[in-house]
Design a protein around this ligand. Structure first.
Ligand SMILES: *Cc1c(COP(=O)(O)O)cnc(C)c1O
Length: 468
């Protein structure tokens, strides 16, 4: 395979890609669950002789595609979306072709400067204060890890990186039990320890952290000689969309000089729509936040937008400049690798630039509003369907329900319903637990999803329930 053959194969792959997307509705959303099927179809040893692209492409269809769960299927209603809008895919194709390493400004000035610009476009679109500066991380998990490390260094007067944690006071970080598992892992990796992740009780329909309980937990820790370091709040938690009262959390935290990071990995994209912004009221008082354009917005994975108030806190925590990484003779430049844990970084701003330009903020807002409206309409139809109960009310496009016909064991029946739905293949849903109750989650967010796709979910769910 040579560059002189690339255009020919590139055209074939482009045709394959368009055909794939235009026929997705005819495929089952979730791959069949047959462990070992792909492994058995792949030769045990690698080829010594080169093979033709024809053979490789044929095996793609034969071996790989049957084992793919179609995240780009318009009736993918499981987990959260992981969109890849066509304009973003083209940008990724170009990024893969240029393949620059964008760790430093001088290793591709346009990549760094475009990152600065498009994240500021996004900041404006989200209605965030001008004081926020953005960087693209590979994942929300990485952004949250960077935030936790910043909390640690601030609380230890910047001595953690040099001295380690031995002999230091116990650092304490606060979050509700609704936050994502990436928060636990950030606490582990940062050396703070799971026992020092203090779970603050929640209240109300949004399962928001109780600010008074937060205040009491901080005071209790101070009295015990521990050192509170920060709070992680969430907007749109993964299970049911739990959302903290950011303004109250920040007021309590800042009174004790604690750093506040907000995880809005999924719901943050929806904040492009002004009428949804009450969900994170007070966000401008947070110290940092993360949202994933690679979830609902349409930028392909990986693309996490991490906004910080004081980049100098982040770089003081993560920057390291051996001689071989120094850029002499250029002042005022940004080296984004100093804002993140990995050194190497792809040119990820390009797909955001393509995306925002190709659809416009208004095009993206229309998509977000549609998903929210359709999913809320579906929620009402299920509420009216016999035997169905809405367990958590919609937060944007996410709600949970269960099937509890009279006299049945609701947990078991709901679980059976979910299994049958996913084996059927027309739609794909996943589960969670709400106060010990087994529930099915529904969220709409795929880029090409239509109202008919969402309403088909009603038909599939009620049709299969009737057979149980
Ligand atoms: C998806 C998600 C994450 C993790 O995102 P990654 O980018 O995969 O690390 C974190 N928090 C919430 C609320 C999420 O929905």
């Amino acid at each position: 395979m040579k560059w002189s053959d690339f255009a020919q194969w590139g055209r074939k792959v482009a045709d394959w890609a368009q055909d794939y997307h235009l026929t997705l509705r005819d495929r089952p959303v979730r791959a069949p669950l047959t462990p070992g099927a792909t492994l058995a179809a792949l030769p045990e040893s690698p080829p010594d002789a080169p093979e033709t692209m024809d053979a490789i492409m044929a095996d793609l269809d034969r071996i790989v595609m049957p084992g793919i769960t179609h995240w780009q299927h318009p009736r993918f209603f499981a987990y959260f979306p992981a969109n890849a809008a066509p304009a973003s895919v083209l940008a990724e194709y170009i990024t893969a072709t240029i393949a620059p390493q964008c760790m430093l400004w001088q290793t591709s000035p346009s990549a760094t400067e475009m990152e600065t610009r498009v994240l500021d476009w996004l900041r404006q679109g989200l209605g965030l204060a001008p004081g926020f500066h953005g960087v693209i991380q590979d994942s929300a998990s990485s952004a949250t890890l960077a935030a936790v490390l910043t909390m640690r260094e601030r609380a230890l007067e910047w001595a953690g990186n040099t001295k380690g944690l031995a002999g230091q006071p116990r650092l304490r970080i606060y979050a509700s039990s609704e936050v994502h598992s990436s928060i636990d892992r950030a606490i582990w990796v940062a050396g703070i320890g799971d026992e020092n992740l203090v779970r603050v009780p929640t209240q109300g329909p949004l399962r928001a952290m109780d600010p008074q309980a937060l205040q009491q937990a901080i005071e209790r820790d101070l009295a015990n000689g521990h050192r509170p370091a920060g709070v992680i709040a969430c907007t749109g938690g993964t299970g049911t969309g739990a959302s903290d009262d950011i303004a109250s959390v920040c007021a309590v935290a800042h009174a004790h000089d604690l750093y506040v990071h907000v995880d809005a990995a999924w719901a943050g994209a929806a904040m492009l729509v002004p009428e949804y912004r009450s969900l994170w009221a007070g966000i401008d008082t947070a110290d940092s936040l993360v949202l994933n354009p690679h979830k609902w917005l349409g930028a392909q994975f990986d693309c996490s937008a991490h906004f910080v108030k004081r980049p100098e806190d982040l770089t003081r925590t993560l920057a390291i400049q051996p001689e071989y990484l120094k850029t002499h003779g250029a002042d005022g430049i940004i080296n984004y690798s100093e804002w993140s844990v990995p050194l190497g970084r792809r040119f990820r701003a390009l797909k955001l630039w393509f995306l925002i330009r190709a659809y416009g903020l208004d095009g993206l807002r229309t998509m977000l509003r549609n998903h929210v409206d359709w999913s809320q309409a579906l929620c009402e139809r299920l509420r009216a369907a016999p035997g169905f109960e809405i367990v958590t009310e919609p937060v944007l496009s996410l709600f949970t329900f269960r099937y509890a016909p009279e006299g049945a064991d609701a947990n078991a029946v709901t679980q059976e319903l979910l299994t049958r739905i996913n084996d059927d293949g027309r739609i794909y849903l996943t589960q969670t637990k709400v106060d010990g109750t087994y529930v099915i989650r529904f969220q709409a967010g795929q880029f090409d999803c239509t109202e008919d796709d969402v309403m088909m979910a009603h038909d599939v769910i009620t049709e299969i329930a009737a057979t149980l």
